[in-house]
Design a protein around this ligand. Structure first.
Ligand SMILES: *Cc1c(COP(=O)(O)O)cnc(C)c1O
Length: 223
């Protein structure tokens, strides 16, 4: 087996009573590993790199829900727009407008989450609160559906700090809940190392990679 089935079963049972969706983050992992998890019933998969996603998508079952969780460049939106299920990392109005434009061309609506900068680390992408507020003032983005927020906590052993960051994101989602097109709002937060805290703080989607697929061969922090 290419995947960690016991970890998968454990995650599923931990999440069963919470309503939190598990997204299996398969970046850098082969399609065979994705197919194994699919055969165990998993349907939500997350990828970080456009080229990798467009190569894998046609090789795998059509009913997979593909989540784009990486840093998306505006000029690459068109490649994933036809099939992507949810784009998590929308971190600028410019990107949002481009997604809207590509979705309009395809006569579809694309679901997105706005990425908020909650970590104190400089390297993480995301908007601050004033940028969020500016996005909500935009009136005519009819081909995107903003379903909620996404964030990444600091990469640290300080669990209190991680909890504070997730709490900040959950509060923002609550503050802006009338602006989201899904109810309850989607809150995408939590990875292999911090998902338990995220779920305690109200996460509705956790993004789990290494716990299911093993460690990756190249650095993950390119997001
Ligand atoms: C890689 C990645 C994950 C998964 O990370 P793990 O620590 O392997 O679970 C989750 N979210 C984002 C945005 C990522 O880039």
């Amino acid at each position: 087996m290419l995947i960690n089935q016991p970890a998968f079963e454990q995650l599923k049972s931990e999440l069963a009573s919470t309503g939190t969706t598990l997204i299996a983050v398969s970046k850098t992992k082969p399609v065979e590993a994705i197919q194994e998890l699919y055969d165990l019933g998993q349907r939500d998969f997350g990828e970080n790199y456009v080229q990798e996603l467009v190569e894998k998508q046609p090789l795998l079952p059509e009913d997979i829900r593909w989540h784009f969780i990486g840093h998306l460049q505006s000029n690459k939106v068109k490649y994933i727009a036809p099939f992507v299920y949810l784009i998590h990392g929308v971190d600028s109005l410019k990107l949002l407008k481009e997604i809207n434009k590509q979705a309009a061309k395809l006569n579809r609506t694309i679901r997105v989450l706005l990425q908020v900068h909650i970590a104190t680390e400089e390297t993480k992408f995301g908007m601050d609160e004033s940028e969020l507020a500016a996005v909500f003032l935009e009136q005519d983005l009819n081909h995107v559906q903003i379903g909620g927020l996404m964030g990444m906590a600091s990469f640290t052993d300080d669990l209190e700090k991680v909890r504070q960051e997730f709490t900040t994101l959950a509060k923002l989602a609550e503050t802006y809940r009338d602006h989201f097109k899904e109810s309850p709002a989607i809150l995408s937060m939590g990875m292999s190392g911090d998902y338990k805290i995220a779920v305690e703080c109200g996460s509705t989607m956790i993004r789990i990679g290494s716990m299911l697929f093993g460690a990756r061969n190249y650095p993950q922090n390119t997001q």
